[in-house]
Design a protein around this ligand. Structure first.
Ligand SMILES: [Zn+2]
Length: 63
């Protein structure tokens, strides 16, 4: 299973999405994100790897 860290184009927050899905509901603002159109900032091969990359991305974003 492959994952991508995608950025919501409405609220700008990053979330984890499975790469074989076409859309993902943003947990923060409720927007249905079309993964083809969303900016992908990282890829991961496992759920734990994905959540770690998401955490790092959010940390960088605050600084
Ligand atoms: Zn959002």
């Amino acid at each position: 299973m492959a994952y991508a860290i995608v950025v919501c184009y409405r609220c700008g927050r990053a979330l984890v999405a499975m790469i074989n899905c076409k859309t993902r509901l943003c947990p923060y603002c409720g927007t249905r994100i079309t993964l083809d159109k969303a900016r992908k900032v990282a890829f991961a091969s496992s759920a734990s790897d994905a959540s770690e990359k998401l955490r790092i991305f959010n940390l960088k974003r605050k600084n």
